[in-house]
Design a protein around this ligand. Sequence first.
Ligand SMILES: Cc1cc2nc3c(=O)[nH]c(=O)nc-3n(C[C@H](O)[C@H](O)[C@H](O)COP(=O)(O)OP(=O)(O)OC[C@H]3O[C@@H](n4cnc5c(N)ncnc54)[C@H](O)[C@@H]3O)c2cc1C
Length: 446
Amino acid sequence: EIDGVKLWTTNGVVAELLVVMARVPESPGHRGGVTAFVVEADSPGITVERRNGFMGLRGIENGVTRFHRVRVPKENVIGGEGQGLKIALATLNTGRLSVPACCAGAAKWALSIARQWSAERVQWGRPIAEHEAIAARISFIAATAFALESVVELTSRLADAGGNDIRIEAALAKLWASELAWQVADDLVQIRGGRGYETAESLAARGERAVPAEQLLRDLRINRIFEGSTEIMHLLIAREAVDTHLAVAGDLAEEDADLRAKARAVVGASGFYAGWLPRLLVGAGLNPGSFREFGALAPHLRFVERSARKLARATFYGMARWQARLQRRQGFLGRVVDIGAELFAMAATCVRAAALRGEDEEQGRTAERLADTFCRQSRLRVERLFDALWTNTDDEDRELAGSVLRGDITWLEAGILDPSEGTGPWIARSRSGASTEPNLARRYEL
Ligand SMILES: Cc1cc2nc3c(=O)[nH]c(=O)nc-3n(C[C@H](O)[C@H](O)[C@H](O)COP(=O)(O)OP(=O)(O)OC[C@H]3O[C@@H](n4cnc5c(N)ncnc54)[C@H](O)[C@@H]3O)c2cc1C
């Protein structure tokens, strides 16, 4: 029997079959633990309590599902008792790749709209594409769309090949794609100006092309939250990245290990690091002839190689400086992971451009330009992130957040109308029939 409530069940409210993760209590003959079950959605005891509404993703169904003494036959257990978490984590890897795939599709569409609209819209006597500020956004969208597709292709190939442990690659792809696609959509809205903020429905009602740029922004926003939020992906990937060090340094990184254990760990670790650290100082990236097969893109791959070693050194310094406290340095870890993601995207992009060149000379040339510009943009981000590893406001931010939470600064919150206060009606109607937030409606007597 399954009992419990699940908040947020994408398409669960319309599905015929549900995969439910439930905790089985330990008991004689039962090892217990999180277990996966196939459950028929029309089983007695299942009720959909609510259907949730969201900022975007209105094409999916989502709700709150309650299970009250739902009987499930034993043969509906997937993979055995206690295997649920393992199954969830394994399927997450490939499932996670659907996020970058959506992001790549979104960026390709954004590129198409940006190209058409920025040529059509004339301001100050020229198409807006010819104003440098807009050209920069078009370039960012094009370069990022190419990189997003390259990352999707590389990670999907790794997944399709089977037998590869793609945990880090899938997580990096999900993290990076969701962040970059959001910036692409934001740039598209900016290029469209007021029309970017207007709904497709409203545009169509005025006789204009129904371009849903604002919908793209709303739909993409969730990608930074679900399938592992950006913050959680940072921690998950960082943990994988520093795992070797934690294994080698052992008790050194344990907060509560005693001094003798720490001393032993130093002796053990120093042997490893005596071999490892020098290897981080030299590599192919220092050799001007390396990666020659990538032609004009070779310098970017040398940068990737050099930066990967620099990143490993920085991670080591972070370990040495903060030891076990490193895991709470989320600002530092987040930047380390973001640098890794940029390097991954750069490598994927150069490899794809080289492959395209082999297929079609003409397309290969433009692909190389896309990859080159992408790598230059990415390198600037990487350099800023490296600087921010050591020059940042992390300490000040933690202190200020502490002040906010202690209530020292509530005076700054005075003088506003809080739309979440009061008891409804939640949605008021303006004279034109459009919905408005309740407090604003009251204030302006709409
Ligand atoms: C449209 C939609 C569809 C969904 N579909 C499904 C579904 O089908 N199945 C399902 O199981 N779930 C689903 N979810 C749930 C979704 O996976 C979660 O909302 C998501 O994992 C974030 O969890 P949370 O909302 O509890 O955020 P919280 O855990 O409350 O996090 C709030 C904020 O704190 C950050 N945070 C949390 N912990 C840490 C930490 N240790 N360090 C630093 N920062 C931290 C988070 O990143 C976030 O920014 C869906 C959600 C939505 C909105």
